[in-house]
Design a protein around this ligand. Structure first.
Ligand code: NOJ
Length: 537
């Protein structure tokens, strides 16, 4: 396998609105990010994925872009962004921009023009039909919106303020390549590509994801833009199976570095239903699923590794215990993920074990997906408590609460009024406390990031799941050039005894979440969420 810099780097995702405000307007901004680069350098990450900072009416918090070449004034200026790229580079950190090209905002000049008349030159930049079909939007309701003036429907897979671009139009593609090259020329480290699996859609045939033109478009993109730079690209592909993943990430095919597959994120919902229809996590399913991806992409392609992002609830609340075992379970998730093969992603606040923020009324919600679903389900007669339970378990606002820097009234995020309220637990859970405590979650993440820089076994080693059917032990081996590591977690709240070797031998921990000098693999007694890694050969 040809080695790439992004094989060993860890990526840190910043949701700019919620990271650090610098001017007291209650909205995080680019100067705020610059002021926290030393912190990120201390964590050791080498890449920042920046959620969108472009001009946008913010119907979907920046995932509805009205100008790809301008920075939203809430976040700062183009000079601020250039300074961020420079300042990050000085700390060996690259900036990966979010690329949102499945759709634009309806306030993008292309759509403003397109709406004017059927024969407008920009009409064909979007998807218009005389009659809608039954495709629905990911944000509830029909994917077709009627335009009174021109008496046709336009297609939008997300909100009606996010019309889908018509990728079949070559001029659209050329505009996108031009815009991507503009950003690449600024020295960015790559792109995270929003819902990229949707660009090959054929709505008339009901094909949304993985359309026939998807891979040809990505290869064209590579030829016209990506292939000229040494960058990291990651495609968001919610419907990807390992077979699809190989198509995207086999280097020979010249498409993407890696993708975000979402199978593990769907394990706590009813199969083939909406994410709001909850189901308890089956831990065996989780470890078998993650292991399947490890194995399937072992020869060809590359995995991304993540528990969190701005669309997902906080992992420690979701599948851990955010009360009694918050620190232990947060570290367990960290160790299990970062010692796998692939590029790990840390979502802001994950490194200090930030938790979900339950709401008791829909007025406290900000997210359009959440609010639309609430309205739809209320109309359909669902019980309010059930809807709120779904929101508190899965809603996107959970991850979007301001970063908790310290114990001050707005958690050190802003001196003004935050755009969305701060979690009251910031008085206890915050960066300042974690930095002051050598046993904190932060230092566990810092260690894991460092381990990847020093141990090729973690980057290129094979992966083997142990005790496949064990309901609560998640254990695996990594092996490379005669070196072998064992990673073992008690993914439960009960003490577990087990034996992973015949002969008693003590191994020193490389990383762990309980204080213990050594581990005898022939007779292990693991406390709730106890997790460790040892080198056994
Ligand atoms: C995926 C993004 O992560 C999400 O936040 C957004 O709402 C949709 N794509 C639409 O752009």
């Amino acid at each position: 396998m040809e080695k790439k810099w992004w094989h060993q780097s860890v990526v840190y995702q910043i949701y700019p609105r919620s990271f650090q405000d610098s001017n007291g307007d209650g909205i995080g901004d680019i100067p705020g990010i610059i002021s926290r680069l030393d912190y990120l350098e201390q964590l050791g990450i080498e890449v920042i994925w920046l959620s969108p900072v472009y001009q946008s009416p913010n119907d979907d918090n920046g995932y509805d872009i009205s100008d790809y070449y301008a920075i939203h004034p809430d976040f700062g200026t183009m000079e601020d962004l250039e300074q961020l790229i420079e300042e990050a580079k000085r700390r060996n950190i690259r900036i990966v921009m979010d690329l949102v090209v499945n759709h634009t905002s309806d306030e993008h000049p292309w759509f403003v023009e397109a709406k004017k008349s059927k024969d407008n030159p920009y009409r064909d930049f979007y998807i218009w039909r005389d009659e809608p079909n039954d495709i629905t939007s990911f944000f509830s309701g029909s994917a077709w919106e009627y335009d009174e003036q021109t008496e046709q429907f336009y297609f939008h897979l997300f909100s009606k303020k996010q019309p889908d671009l018509n990728w079949e139009n070559e001029t659209v593609r050329q505009e996108i390549w031009k815009m991507m090259n503009f950003w690449l020329e600024k020295g960015i480290g790559g792109f995270r590509m929003d819902v990229i699996e949707l660009i090959g859609k054929e709505p008339d045939k009901g094909i949304i994801g993985n359309g026939p033109n998807l891979h040809p478009y990505l290869q064209e993109m590579y030829r016209e833009t990506l292939g000229n730079y040494d960058i990291l690209t990651v495609g968001e592909t919610g419907g990807a199976t390992p077979e699809f993943a190989k198509l995207y990430t086999d280097p020979e095919r010249k498409e993407l570095s890696m993708i975000f597959q979402m199978e593990h994120m769907g394990l706590d919902q009813q199969p083939n239903e909406e994410k709001w229809n909850l189901k308890p996590l089956d831990k065996v399913e989780l470890k078998q699923n993650l292991s399947k991806w490890q194995e399937e992409l072992s020869e060809v392609g590359w995995n991304s590794l993540f528990w969190n992002n701005h669309d997902q609830p906080r992992i420690v609340s979701r599948w851990g215990n955010d009360q009694e075992y918050r620190v232990e379970s947060a570290k367990m998730f960290a160790i299990l993920l970062h010692l796998m093969k692939g590029t790990p992603y840390i979502y802001q606040g994950e490194e200090i074990g930030m938790t979900n923020y339950p709401i008791s009324d829909i007025d406290e919600a900000d997210d359009i997906e959440t609010i639309n679903m609430y309205r739809e389900r209320m109309e359909q007669g669902y019980a309010k408590e059930d809807i709120l339970e779904s929101i508190n378990t899965k809603g996107r606002d959970n991850a979007r609460r301001p970063m908790q820097w310290d114990e001050r009234s707005e958690a050190g995020f802003t001196t003004g009024t935050p755009w969305i309220s701060v979690h009251p637990n910031h008085q206890e859970i915050n960066v300042k406390n974690d930095l002051a405590n050598p046993d904190s979650i932060f230092y566990c993440y810092q260690k894991l990031v460092q381990l990847r820089k020093e141990n090729p076994v973690l980057i290129y080693g094979t992966y083997q799941l142990l005790r496949e059917e064990d309901p609560t032990i998640f254990a695996y081996l990594r092996e490379y050039e005669g070196e072998k590591w064992l990673v073992c977690a008690n993914f439960s709240e009960e003490t577990r005894t087990l034996s992973l070797a015949e002969n008693p031998t003590d191994y020193e921990p490389i990383v762990q979440n309980y204080e213990r000098d050594s581990y005898d693999l022939s007779a292990l007694e693991l406390a709730p969420y106890e997790t460790f890694a040892v080198k056994i050969e």
